[in-house]
Write a protein that binds this ligand. Structure first.
Ligand code: ZN
Length: 138
C-alpha cells in the first residue's frame, strides 16, 4: 500500500470565506501516483472546515446567512468562550460545516458526484491556516 501526505496552507484576507480546493486535491492525487484508494482531507484548525457542496455563489451566500443566524459573530459578549478570544462563533460554525471529507479515488481520479466540489471553509481568517491531505491506496 502506498501512502501520501501533504499540508495545504491558506491565508484569507477576510474573517470568513470559502475556497474551492478540488483542483489542488486532484493535483495531490496525481502526485501520489495512487490509482485506487481513499483521500482524506481535514482542516487542522478548530475554526475552519473542509466540506463538499456545490460551487454556486448564491448557495455560498445562503451558507453565510444561515451560519450567521445559527451562531452570529456579534455581539462577542454573548459567548462564554470569548474574553481573550473573539472567535466562539467560528468554533460553532466549523462544527456545523464539518472537519473533514473522505473521497474515493478510482482510476487515478477523485470519484465525485456530478456537482460535488470540495471546499475549505474559513470562519476566523486573516491568519495562516492549513489542511491535511492524506491519501492511501495502490
Ligand atoms: Zn477560540
Amino acid at each position: 500500500m502506498k501512502s501520501y501526505r501533504k499540508e495545504l496552507w491558506f491565508e484569507l484576507k477576510t474573517r470568513r470565506g470559502f475556497v474551492n480546493i478540488t483542483h489542488e486535491l486532484e493535483r495531490c492525487v496525481k502526485e501520489s501516483g495512487i490509482k485506487e484508494g481513499l483521500l482524506l482531507c481535514n482542516a487542522m484548525h478548530i475554526t475552519a472546515s473542509v466540506f463538499i457542496n456545490d460551487d454556486e455563489a448564491g448557495l455560498h451566500q445562503d451558507f453565510e446567512n444561515w451560519l450567521e443566524k445559527l451562531a452570529p459573530e456579534k455581539p462577542y459578549s454573548q459567548y462564554h468562550h470569548n474574553g481573550f478570544e473573539d472567535n466562539a462563533d467560528a468554533h460553532l460554525k466549523r462544527t456545523i460545516m464539518g472537519r473533514e471529507v473522505v473521497v474515493a479515488i478510482t482510476d487515478g481520479k477523485l470519484d465525485l458526484g456530478p456537482w460535488e466540489q470540495i471546499f475549505y471553509g474559513e470562519f476566523d481568517g486573516k491568519r495562516k491556516k492549513r489542511v491535511l491531505v492524506k491519501i492511501i491506496g495502490e
